[in-house]
Write a protein that binds this ligand. Structure first.
Ligand SMILES: *Cc1c(COP(=O)(O)O)cnc(C)c1O
Length: 368
């Protein structure tokens, strides 16, 4: 390993997670969402493994969709976030289904090929992408006009929840009702809605009424619960972030650690140097708060997390340069999980894995 640190991705666990999630929505089609480099796991290997079992892949950007196609991916693929000037012709030629969130987008997609397949996004209350209120009325009218003229084939209609990770939040019922009305409106305009989909992982796990024809599984496929309060049975974290102690030293009481001297030893202890930092996407806000896995238990991060390195307190445990350290993983060997790092960093586990970047090497187990 020429890199100082390694991300180990277990594809067999990923396959098992996909199978477990299917059990939550056995009557719906399954989409694996592999945007943002598969939430930091590496898009191409995850996509290849997902294709063995799922019906659809989903990505945000055209570049992600085209990278998949360039790598030989051929199956159903939905892309949902474009800007004016996006390579619609290339996407359509590559059989990527693009999402239209407004009339201009729909017209740009229609002009980009011979009767391209397109999905329509309605904003049911997230107030992010999708057509809202009168924009949806206009999009429905445009879709009916363009479809009747043979200029597009509408293959789906979809939306996204704001608070699916809070199953009792009133937004969920409200958005689902708005979605049903939007689908009815499309059908009443003479457009067969095709695939109707609304659920992400959290809704896939907790809200069968939202499954419709397809569930867009993201975070849970990577073995991470959408929220500590929304647990998926039978999933395991897929990714382990690990490295080795780069230095070890015994320091006396009174020794202060790292930039700003934000931690001072109150008794003699052993410090270990871990050669990863925010350059690898380790959250600096977890300084003095997170823990790492060491020798079957945990060791606290002491002081400020730096660009390339961080320091952990090993107490009186025997430790040598080169001993393995696990930043986070499944938790099976006592190490923290991505959720533990999220708690320490004041964020969500999605961000812990998705921000992984920089100087890791990547190892895939279970590649076929
Ligand atoms: C990211 C994303 C998902 C997956 O969400 P998870 O909470 O990770 O399951 C589904 N749909 C859309 C539109 C997304 O952007």
């Amino acid at each position: 390993m020429s890199a100082n640190a390694e991300l180990v991705v277990d594809l067999d666990r990923y396959r098992a997670n996909l199978a477990a999630l299917r059990g939550y929505a056995p009557d719906a089609l399954q989409m694996a969402v592999v945007k943002a480099n598969a939430y930091g796991h590496g898009m191409l290997p995850m996509a290849r493994a997902a294709r063995e079992s799922v019906d659809w892949l989903g990505v945000a950007t055209p570049a992600e969709a085209l990278e998949l196609r360039a790598a030989g991916d051929r199956g159903p693929l939905l892309c949902w976030l474009t800007v004016p000037g996006a390579p619609f012709a290339e996407l359509v030629a590559a059989d990527v289904e693009v999402t239209a969130s407004g009339v201009d987008q729909l017209e740009a997609i229609a002009a980009a090929g011979d009767r391209p397949r397109v999905q329509l996004k309605v904003d049911t209350g997230l107030s992010r992408n999708g057509a809202f209120g009168p924009q949806w009325d206009d999009l429905v009218a445009a879709a009916a006009r363009l479809q009747a003229a043979g200029s597009v084939e509408v293959t789906g209609v979809w939306s996204h929840f704001a608070s699916a990770d809070e199953p009792d939040h009133p937004a969920n019922d409200q958005q689902e009702a708005v979605f049903r009305a939007a689908v009815d409106q499309l059908a009443a305009a003479g457009v067969e809605p095709g695939l109707r989909h609304l659920a992400n992982s959290a809704a896939g796990l907790t809200r069968p009424s939202s499954h419709f024809d397809l569930v867009r599984w993201g975070i849970a496929t990577y073995g991470i619960d959408p929220d500590p309060a929304v647990r998926a049975a039978g999933i395991t974290p897929v990714l382990t972030a690990r490295t080795f102690l780069a230095n070890v030293k015994r320091v006396p009481a009174g020794a202060s650690v790292s930039y700003g001297w934000r931690w001072t030893a109150d008794h003699e202890t052993t410090l270990g140097l871990v050669p990863v930092g925010y350059g690898e996407g380790i959250h600096r806000t977890a300084s003095n708060r997170a823990e790492v896995g060491f020798a079957g238990s945990r060791a606290p991060v002491r002081g400020t997390i730096c660009m390339d390195q961080l320091v952990v307190d090993l107490g009186d445990r025997p430790a040598r340069i080169g001993d393995p350290v696990t930043l986070f993983g499944s938790g099976d060997d006592g190490e923290p999980t991505a959720q533990d790092w999220a708690d320490a960093a004041g964020t969500i586990a999605y961000e812990i894995v998705t921000r992984l970047a920089g100087r890791w090497s990547r190892t895939y187990r279970g590649e076929r």
